[in-house]
Design a protein around this ligand. Sequence first.
Ligand SMILES: Nc1nc(=O)c2c([nH]1)NC[C@@H]1CN(c3ccc(C(=O)N[C@@H](CCC(=O)O)C(=O)O)cc3)CN21
Ligand SMILES: CC(C)C(=O)C(=O)O
Ligand SMILES: [Mg+2]
Length: 271
Amino acid sequence: MQANAATGAPVTVPDLRERKRRGEKIVTITCYDASFAQRVDEAGVDVVLVGDSLGMVVQGHSSTLPVGVDDMVYHTRLVARGLRRALLVADLPFMSYRNADVALTNSARLLGEAGAAMVKLEGAGWVCEVIDALKRHEVPVCAHLGLTPQSVHAFGGYRVQGRGDAAAARLKADAKAVQDAGADLLVLECVPATLAAEITRELSIPTIGIGAGVDCDGQVLVLYDLLGITVGKRPRFVKDFLHGRGSVAAAIAAYAEDVRSGAFPTSEHSY
Ligand SMILES: Nc1nc(=O)c2c([nH]1)NC[C@@H]1CN(c3ccc(C(=O)N[C@@H](CCC(=O)O)C(=O)O)cc3)CN21
Ligand SMILES: CC(C)C(=O)C(=O)O
Ligand SMILES: [Mg+2]
């Protein structure tokens, strides 16, 4: 049994560490509005992420870069109204954490005005100083490494990261650095499954994978992808959980169950 699943008590940051220790998977879904938030919460999903992916799936942009802090505050408020139990995480959008002061100002809005319990930001290196500043001001932080979509222009496209010995070693060092800086959680996106498994083993904080194999401590998918309405080319890690099922609620429940049992992702959804 998952902690709090029976009682309906809210999921906390310490609960997530406890899940890792017990080997219980952390089920995460992105969400952008109150109605879906209610369905996701009722399915017993642990973490709800208001992702800057909303720039693509809600706003129709071709990257996450046009998303602003006002957009994130707005959607986070909508989602917060639909949740009772899940932990609410909000992405800090492109350039909104370019230094510690700006990150503190924008995180204050996401936690104070919008109701998030944690912020997420992409990268390591200089980002570690920002993580440290947020932590010193009691803001829980989720780090995000691997394919960090805000770096799409620097990467030259949405490509798997951490392939090859040098890149793998860099990613491992980055993962340790964000943990040491104070991150509470780490999203690993589009990295080889073997590398994500090693990082997961070496870190004390939980890892949440998307295209990072089944051995992460949890999984995340974009809500619209698991409902089968991906626009354009479908990335390898996406599975349509609505296919063959009669309702949105059933699709979300099936995703949660398959993450908890380790049935999702398979090697077919991994790199
Ligand atoms: N609907 C949606 N789902 C997402 O997961 C998502 C978004 N939008 N928008 C923001 C980012 C962008 N993401 C992406 C987008 C494309 C690939 C992709 O096409 N990956 C290739 C990898 C090819 C390779 O390097 O081998 C793939 O075929 O899976 C991956 C992640 C993840 N995020
Ligand atoms: C895919 C997840 C990890 C994300 O950052 C987003 O939805 O913006
Ligand atoms: Mg994001």
